[in-house]
Design a protein. Sequence first.
Length: 431
Amino acid sequence: MEGNPFVLWHGSLCCESKSFIYESHVLFNADKTTIIAYRAEDNIYNIPTTVTSIGDSAFQWCSSLTSINIPNSVITMGNSAFYECRSLTSINISNSVTSIGDSAFYKCKSLANINIQEGVIIIGDKAFSECESLTSINIPNSVTSIGNSAFAECKSLASINIPDNVTSIGNSAFARCESLASINIPDSVTSIEGGAFYGCKSLTNISIPNSVMSIGNSAFFECISLTSINIPNSVTSIGETTFFKCKSLTSINVPDSVTSIGDGAFHECRSLTSINISNSVTTIGDMAFYGCRSLTSINISNSVATIGDRAFSECESLTSINIPSSVTSIGDSAFSYCKSLTNINIPDSVTSIGDSAFSYCKSLTNINIPDSVTSIGDSAFYKCKSLANINIQEGVIIIGDKAFSECESLTSINIPSSVTSIGESAFSYCI
């Protein structure tokens, strides 16, 4: 038999089968080593010392249960074993237990104290998720794996100790732990999975050890109190939306080991003033620095080949930028709404300027488009109201729709003989 067959059924039960023992409203297997279903309505229960396994969903939705004693005989706790035991306030997990199943204590909203003794190796997915009263927990050194969403939405959890044997912090492991202010990640950890600290709004600082090689997508998404972070040389990639909306983050160093910055990696990091992108980075993803409104300067290394769509869009304080000769394409809206940008250098390596690439850059005064560029995208310089001088060199074939529309300061322009197509409203309202 798998799981509790009597979850949410409270009718009278008479069990005559020799395969089970039913006593005091508790169903066991024949040798009383496994609890299958707890059907009593007592506040306190002492598990018999014959029991070695707490079955899946054995105590699920036991809303009256406030305290339970787990003897040293118990080795495993099944999935959803104490699922939504909303009145359970404390639990002691003995050193005989080696694994805590998935969702074992999920939504035990009154659970304030947990003592996990040395011996537990695995903490399953969602094991303590949404235990809203839990303020602190000590994870013993025997633990090697913290499952996905293991402590997600433990909104009162202020501190936690991750032991030295843990190698991976699972997806969303501490997501939305809104009271968590700091955490120490040991040298044993090699990967921080996606969403691991998503929405940890009180987290002010975190130390990532040199053992970490990958930081997953949205790992620190909306950690709005995080002011600084050091990414070690062991990390090779920064995932998508990793630091999305980290509004207090003022500085960050991208080490030489990083080769790619994912889409939206620093999206809306509004306090970020400067960033140095190392020589190893080849790709800056779409919206990587979108809405970094305090960013005044950025150094893009010579290794970068692609600047993604909206990569620096709405970086309102950015005054100038040097695009290195390694870059071959500037994505759509890459620098749109960079209202303080006065000048930009487009190197000979660039072959295409994306749609709306510099649209609404209202402080941009002049631009040189080199002979390597073959196409100027739609609305590429739309509403660049201060743009007075444009030098389009021989090589450009296509000028897109509204490419220079509403460039009000533009007095003259030379269209080279290489151009074969001028888009609709390309120079409209250049008054």
